[in-house]
Every structure is written in C-alpha cells, then in structure tokens.
Design a binder for this molecule. Sequence first.
Ligand code: FAD
Length: 386
Amino acid sequence: MNFDLTDEQRMIAEYGQNLAKTYDRKYWLDCARAHRFPEDMYQQVAQDGFVGMLVPEAYGGGGLGMTDMALFLEGLSNEGIPLLSLVIGAAMSLSPIGDHGTEEQKQKYLPACCAGEKRFCFAITEPTAGTNTIQITTIAKKKGERYSLSGAKTFITDFAESDYALVVARTTPHTEVSKKTDGFTLFLVDTKAKGVDCAAIPVSIPMPEKQYQVFFDEVDLGPEDILGEEGKGFEILFESLNPERILVGSICTGLGRYALERAVEYASERVVFKGPIGAYQGLQHPLAAAKSEIEMASLMTMKAAWLFDQGLPSGAEANMAKYFAAEAGIHAVDSSLQCFGGNGFTEEYGIFDIYPIVRLLKTAPLNREMILNYIGEHVMGLPRSY
Ligand SMILES: Cc1cc2nc3c(=O)[nH]c(=O)nc-3n(C[C@H](O)[C@H](O)[C@H](O)COP(=O)(O)OP(=O)(O)OC[C@H]3O[C@@H](n4cnc5c(N)ncnc54)[C@H](O)[C@@H]3O)c2cc1C
C-alpha cells in the first residue's frame, strides 16, 4: 500500500478547505436544519469536476478512483460537510452506469449528471424486506418486449429532488429462483414517469437530504431502461457495496476530526477553575483516545480504497472500515460534546448537530450488525448467524 499521495490527490483532499471558504459549516447547517438541498454548493462541486469523479472522462467525468473519492469526501467532512448525496448519486448510480451502461445510456445520463444538471438517487430498501434485500417484492413483469414495474420502496434519499432513480427490482420473484441472488434487475427510472408517486418521510436528523416512500404502479419500462443484464442485477449491486462502505467510512472519519478540532479549540480557551478545561485528563484522554480511533479508522478506509483501486478483494477492509469509522465518529462527537458543556447543545456551537448524522451511519446504509455478520462469517469463517 502506498502512503504517498500524488499532488493531484493532495489537492483533492484539500478541496474541502477551499470549498468551505465559500460554503462553510454554517451554510451546511442552515441547509440541514431547513432540509434544503445545498444546490449552490452542489453546482460548484459539479463545476469543479467532483460529482463525476468516478465516471470515465469520455462521458464528462474525472476518470478517478476510489482512493480519490474517499479523500474528497473525507476532506469535505473534515470541514463538517458530509455530502451524502455523492455516495448515493455518484458512487451508487453514476459509477455503475459508467461500468455497465450501454453507449446510449452513458450518453443519456452521465454528461448531464456530471455537470450537475441532472441527479440520480438509489432505491433498494423496501418496507417489508428491510435488511433482507433478497426478499424485495418490487417486480417488473414482462409484457411483450416491455416491463411493468410495481411495488414500494422506503427511505429513498432525495427521490423527489432527483431526475432519475436506479431501482433494484425483481424480474423473477425470490420464491421462483434456484439461486437466491438471481432474478434481480436494475432499472433506470424517470422519477416523474407515469405511475410513479412518492411521499416524504419526516426524519429527526438535521440533514439537507429528504427521505421518501416511493410507489410504482405499473410503470412502463423498456429494455433500454435496464442496466446490465436482466436477472443479473445482483452482480452489479455487489460491486457497489464495498465503495458504499468505504465512502461512508470517509465521511465518519472526517466528521470525527471536525468535532475533535472544534473541541481542541474550545477546551484550550475555556477556563472555569484554574487553567483551560483541556488540561483536565477527564476531558483530554477521551479526546486523545477518539483521535487515535479516528486516525486508525481513516487508515483502514484508505487501505480498503487502495485495495479496491488495485482490483484486489476489499470486502474485509471495507466492512471493517465502515464498522470502525462509525463507532470512532460517534465516540469523537460524544467526547467533543462533553468539552462544550451546555454550549455543546446550542445551535450557535452546532456540536450536538453532528451527532445524529454520524449515528445514522451506524445504522444506514448498512447496519452495524450486518457488517459484523459479514466479518464474522466471511472474514473469520464463523457459522452464518441468520
Ligand atoms: C436517513 C436514511 C437514508 C436512507 N437512504 C436510503 C436510500 O437512499 N436508498 C435505499 O435504498 N435505502 C436507504 N435507507 C434505508 C437503509 O439502508 C435501511 O434503513 C437500513 O438498511 C436498515 O433497514 P431497515 O430500516 O429495514 O431495518 P430492519 O431490516 O428492520 O432492521 C432493524 C435492525 O435489526 C437488526 N438486524 C436486521 N437484520 C439482522 C441480522 N441478520 N443480524 C443481526 N441484526 C440484524 C439491525 O440492528 C437493524 O438495524 C436510508 C435510511 C435512512 C434512515
């Protein structure tokens, strides 16, 4: 593993610092508290070439790798800006289209999305199946050469704000396949198409992205809307699991650093007895422990990204990175919060506001228990627990 960053990677990692001069944490928090998408900032990020980082240059992207994307998201999160929509849109949707789309699909979707003119969301979770993705029931029934999509999805981030959705559906019900991962098909769906409806799910987290329940009622789709092969969608899906975990790891470590840096500033100045409160070991040691955890989580995240870029197996490292980064992020925010006393809970200081988002990332996109199931079963060879 190479620890030396190239000049370009250093620039990517530091991009967040420059962006934050215009779009800082306050801008982000204003958007988050109002559940308003940070459109101006997103346009700037797109214009600077970062929305399409993982998309080939021939289609308006940057042609860069997972390490670059992880450095970028970590750098933004270091400034307190967790741009989750890039995990969902850029990594989970644009990247698979770049890898598996037909020439027509690439031309239709990628340049406009990289330029920030159009956006994608990603829809797999269903109210009944939940974590058990195999049992999703949203189905695209074949009608001659075309398909009729019906079913429901839940917690789909920014569905109404997006132009397209990458929808995971079944073309064969799970009860009729011999191999449980067969029969999945990925569809590129226009979110405004006839038969598509959605309803907002209010969530208690200050985050700019909104969440939706989505309903498909006999939505007409053609073969041109299928990404990859009919019935073989799970293979494409499987490829995007490690990137998702790596990038969530980057966001958690960045947010942890942001919280710790604010704590160091505050605890170095705040005096209530003799010296600054940062001199008390009761505050200093939790901060030092959290700092160590964050840097270790960051290393594992970068290792996973590097392995991924080399085309080497990265499942073990990606899962460990996601697990540990979420835990480390939560610990960092909690340790930071303690230093702020009552001020930590005020809107002015905005420290408590970091907590809900890092805590979310322990549960979603994939919960801690499924991550540990993976490590127990696939990394350590323990018997399957579920
Ligand atoms: C803010 C937000 C944004 C989201 N964005 C998206 C999105 O854009 N697209 C999308 O498709 N989905 C999205 N999701 C859905 C998210 O991925 C799921 O909520 C998550 O995977 C958990 O599924 P569930 O809510 O159905 O929980 P359930 O499946 O009901 O599980 C509940 C809990 O049970 C435990 N559990 C479940 N199975 C096991 C097991 N086998 N072993 C041990 N413990 C287990 C876990 O602790 C889990 O947290 C989002 C969710 C949220 C909250």
